[in-house]
Ligand binder design. Structure first.
Ligand SMILES: Cc1cc2nc3c(=O)[nH]c(=O)nc-3n(C[C@H](O)[C@H](O)[C@H](O)COP(=O)(O)O)c2cc1C
Length: 427
C-alpha cells in the first residue's frame, strides 16, 4: 500500500519497454483460512483497488499499458463500461480489462449472497455482461461529439445508439455517459481455462492468460485456444496467449537455487495449508512430510486449478509440504530457477514451439526480483530480438501490441449477429 513504490516500479517497467502491467483483483479479502488467527499469517489482505491505482500510475508514465481484472459476477456492466472508458481517456488509450467471473466465496458474501454463484451460471452472466459492455462502449460513434459552437449542437443525434438491452439476466438501457473509448474498446484479456472459459475468451479476448508447468501443456492449450478462436469466427493470430512465468534469477544457477530454497523454506504452514484446503480439506492434523489424502469432490471456483492440484498431488514423492510450497510460489504457473540466459532459453523455446505469443512475468516478490527481471532478463530477450527495445504503434496499448483499433459495432452482440471480427497475423 505504498504508492511511491508502485510509481517507481511503473517507471522502471516502462524503461524496460514492457507492454503492460497487470493488476489482478477480487472484491473481498480472499482466503481459505479457517479463522482470523490463521488469516493473520496471510500476506495478501490489503491491496489497492486496481482502477484507482492505474489512474495514478498512468499519470507518471507515457507509453506503458495497464490491464486490470474486473468481475462480471459482482459488478454491474454499466459500472465496468464507464470506469474502463474513463480510464482509457485518463491514460490516453493504455488500458485493458481482464474479464473474470471471480473464484472466491468471500466476494459473494459482500454482495448479498450466501454462496458463490455456480460456475456455469457465472459464465452465462459473463457472456451477456461483456456484450452489454461492448454495447455501452458503442453508445456513441467515434465522431458523435461535434461540439458545433455556431449552432449550439453538442453531438450528432444520428450517431447516438442507445443500447436498450433486455436480456436473460441483464437489463441496461444506456447510453454510456462517456464517449467511445480512445482504443475503440480497451484491450480485452481473459483467463478462463475451462470449456465455458475458453469459449468466452475465443469470442472476445485479445489476450489470453494461461498457467502451465510444462511446454507440452502450453502447446496443447495454445492449439486449443486458437482452434476455439477459429470456430468463433476470429483470426486466431489476433488472440495473444500469455502464460505466466515466475523467474527466480541468480548470476549463477547455484545462486538462484539457493535463493529459491530460502524462499520455499519461508512459506509458513499456516499460509500453505489453507491453499490446499479447498481441494484436500483441513490438513492441519496431518504429517506435513507425508502423502496427500484423497481430494474432496468437485469445485465451484477455479475448475482448471482444482484439476491441476489433484494431478500434482498424485505425483510420486509428493508431500503436503512440497505441494503447498509449489502453490505458494506461483500456483499453477511455470517456475524457473536459474540464470537470465537460461530463463530466456525456456521463454524462447515455448514461444518458437507455439506454446505462447508472449509472457506474463511474475516476480516472486517486490521490488528486488522484479528489478532483476527488468535488468537481467529483459535485456537478454532484447539481445535475441525477442523483446522490443522501443514501444511501437500509435501510443495506445492496442497499438503497442500490434492489435488494430476495433471499428464501431465490431464486437459484442452486434458482431455476433454480423460475424464481423478483425485480427492481425502473428509476425
Ligand atoms: C494470470 C491469471 C490471472 C487471473 N486473475 C484473476 C483475477 O484477478 N481475479 C479473479 O477473480 N480471477 C482471476 N483469474 C482466474 C480466472 O479468471 C479464471 O477464473 C480461472 O482461470 C479459472 O477459469 P475456469 O473457471 O474457466 O477454469 C486469473 C487467472 C490467471 C491464469
Amino acid at each position: 500500500m505504498d504508492i511511491r513504490l508502485w510509481k517507481e516500479m511503473a517507471r522502471a517497467v516502462e524503461r524496460a519497454r514492457i507492454h503492460f502491467m497487470f493488476w489482478a483483483d477480487g472484491i473481498a479479502v480472499r482466503h481459505s483460512a479457517k479463522d482470523d488467527d490463521e488469516l493473520s499469517f496471510n500476506p495478501r489482505i490489503d491491496v489497492f483497488e486496481p482502477l484507482t491505482v492505474i489512474g495514478a500510475l498512468a499519470a507518471v508514465t507515457e507509453r506503458l499499458g495497464f490491464v486490470a481484472s474486473a468481475s462480471t459476477t459482482y459488478n454491474e456492466p454499466y459500472h465496468v463500461a464507464r470506469k474502463f472508458a474513463s480510464l482509457d481517456y485518463v491514460s490516453e488509450g493504455r488500458v485493458g480489462w481482464n474479464v473474470v467471473t471471480s473464484w472466491s466465496e468471500q466476494e459473494a458474501f459482500n454482495f448479498g449472497l450466501d454462496a458463490h454463484v455456480e460456475h456455469g451460471k457465472r459464465y452465462r452472466r459473463a457472456e451477456e455482461f461483456v456484450d452489454v459492455v461492448f454495447g455501452l462502449w458503442d453508445s456513441w460513434e467515434d465522431d458523435a461529439f461535434i461540439r458545433d459552437k455556431q449552432n449550439g449542437r453538442y453531438f450528432d443525434p444520428a450517431k447516438l445508439h442507445t443500447l436498450n438491452h433486455k436480456g436473460e439476466i441483464l437489463k441496461v438501457k444506456g447510453p454510456l455517459n462517456v464517449a467511445r473509448p480512445i482504443q475503440g474498446y480497451p484491450v480485452i484479456a481473459q483467463a478462463g481455462s475451462s470449456g465455458p472459459g475458453q469459449d468466452l475468451g475465443a469470442r472476445i479476448a485479445d489476450l489470453i492468460y494461461a498457467q502451465h508447468k510444462t511446454k507440452d501443456q502450453a502447446t496443447a492449450f495454445y492449439r486449443s485456444v486458437k482452434e476455439h478462436g477459429a470456430k468463433a469466427g476470429r483470426d486466431p493470430d489476433s488472440m495473444l496467449v500469455m502464460p505466466g512465468i515466475l523467474p527466480v534469477l541468480g548470476r549463477t544457477k547455484a545462486e538462484a537455487e539457493d535463493k529459491f530454497a530460502q524462499m520455499q523454506d519461508m512459506v509458513h504452514p499456516r499460509v500453505g495449508l489453507p491453499m490446499l484446503a479447498e481441494v484436500f480439506g483441513d490438513l492441519s492434523g496431518h504429517d506435513l512430510d507425508g502423502p496427500l489424502p484423497p481430494p474432496l469432490s468437485g469445485s465451484n471456483s477455479v475448475k482448471s486449478a482444482y484439476d491441476k492440484l489433484v494431478e500434482l498431488g498424485r505425483q510420486p514423492g509428493m508431500t503436503i509440504r512440497k505441494l503447498y510450497q509449489t502453490q505458494a510460489g506461483a500456483s499453477g504457473h511455470c517456475v524457473f530457477v536459474g540464470t537470465a540466459s537460461e530463463a530466456a532459453n525456456l521463454m524462447q523455446d515455448w514461444f518458437e514451439s507455439r506454446g505462447c505469443d508472449g509472457w506474463n512475468l511474475i516476480p516472486p516478490f517486490m521490488p528486488g526480483p522484479a528489478m532483476e527481471c527488468l535488468e537481467w532478463l529483459v535485456p537478454e530477450l532484447q539481445r535475441r530480438g525477442l523483446a522490443q527495445t522501443e514501444y511501437e504503434g500509435d501510443g495506445t496499448l492496442r497499438g503497442s501490441l500490434g492489435l488494430p483499433r476495433p471499428t464501431f459495432h465490431s464486437r459484442g452482440a452486434h458482431a455476433r449477429e454480423n460475424g464481423t471480427f478483425i485480427g492481425k497475423p502473428r509476425s
